[in-house]
Design a protein around this ligand. Sequence first.
Ligand SMILES: Cc1cc2nc3c(=O)[nH]c(=O)nc-3n(C[C@H](O)[C@H](O)[C@H](O)COP(=O)(O)OP(=O)(O)OC[C@H]3O[C@@H](n4cnc5c(N)ncnc54)[C@H](O)[C@@H]3O)c2cc1C
Length: 383
Amino acid sequence: MLTDEERQWQDTVQRYMDRNVRPIVAEMEKAGRPPAALLKDMGEQGLLGSFAPEEYGGGGGSLMTRAILAEETARVDAGLDATLFVNISLVARHLIRHGTEAQKRKYLVPLLGGTASASICLTEPHGGSNALSPKTVGRRDGDGWVINGSKTFITNAPIADFFMVFARTSGEDRRAHGGTCFIVDRDATGLSTGKPFDKLSLRSSPTGEVFLDNVRVSDDQILGEVDKGFYYMLEGLDLERVFEGASNTGIAQACLDLAVSYSSEREVFGQRLSEYQMTQDKIARMAMGVEMSRVMFYHLVRAVENGEDVTRAAAVLKLYSSEAAVEASREVVQILGGYGLMEEYPAARLYRDAKHHEIGAGTSEIQKIIIAKQTYEKARPAH
Ligand SMILES: Cc1cc2nc3c(=O)[nH]c(=O)nc-3n(C[C@H](O)[C@H](O)[C@H](O)COP(=O)(O)OP(=O)(O)OC[C@H]3O[C@@H](n4cnc5c(N)ncnc54)[C@H](O)[C@@H]3O)c2cc1C
């Protein structure tokens, strides 16, 4: 399913991750963020903007190159993958699709070059699943806008150079019309961020709150058009779920890699663990989750490239692949026994990180609601 170029890209990314990222994962988790020098180097090596237009420093490649990067990054460190997911899969893609030329020069070029980070600010303390009900508001004031509100669980908030803030500017609660996406610089008066959260998962990716207290922005800080922000958010969701599927595949693959190598070495009651059928059952189930997730995300990236509607299938992928990653992470901890609970092996980190993907970017319950709704809508009468 991959072209020759995409396979070469996959080899390049795997080599980069093994050489430059794997040795510093523990250090990044301790620091609570990826080193700025790593992001800059990834930008210089062309790893961040592989699919973006060349005139902004991108590589002009396929969407598959981005999905491959997500899988291979998450295979080594799901935290780094989360930071890049926001910078590239969300913020850079919004800028490419809806940014003005000036916004692309100011914000997109440094993002792709790895010299800037950014945040997407949707979730609020009163809830994240109901994303169309923000209490954050943008109000017309003279020739500009004033934004008030607060956001929470925001990836990259502690390190972001700028923030894409979704606020209601008109219309009714729970309606897509009337949401506007403002691009707010970190040094804007009235914008502040909280302390990084101490959290279970994705410890190398900083997460925090964002407070907006009478933040003034001009018209040229609006992404696209006034009142259209939620449409931009919604139209990007399918591809985001496909990229999430790639990340989940990477986590599940990392669990399988470790489970195979450990069980091939460890002897219990005079036999290698790999020789016991109960271990083989675990390995087979983990391999099934990896293969099914990967085939599905490859297929859906191509479908998105062909302009097909993948809403239901992308929700199935997000749900299935996150469950497969969580199951794989549980099994790898089990196979390692006591060592599975020790931080000296990656199993404990994989167990923590996998769980995030049943919650972030739309919980499993929300995916089930989408799948069930579309299944009823598309059902043919039974005979
Ligand atoms: C590490 C991390 C990073 C994040 N990064 C970002 C970010 O960068 N930007 C951003 O905007 N947000 C971010 N989020 C927020 C994330 O998107 C939300 O946590 C998620 O959407 C769920 O929202 P919530 O936590 O408010 O839970 P709620 O919406 O309060 O949901 C709580 C529970 O209720 C369930 N539930 C909700 N509705 C229904 C229903 N109709 N039927 C049945 N059950 C339901 C949910 O599935 C969940 O189990 C991040 C979260 C985490 C943990």
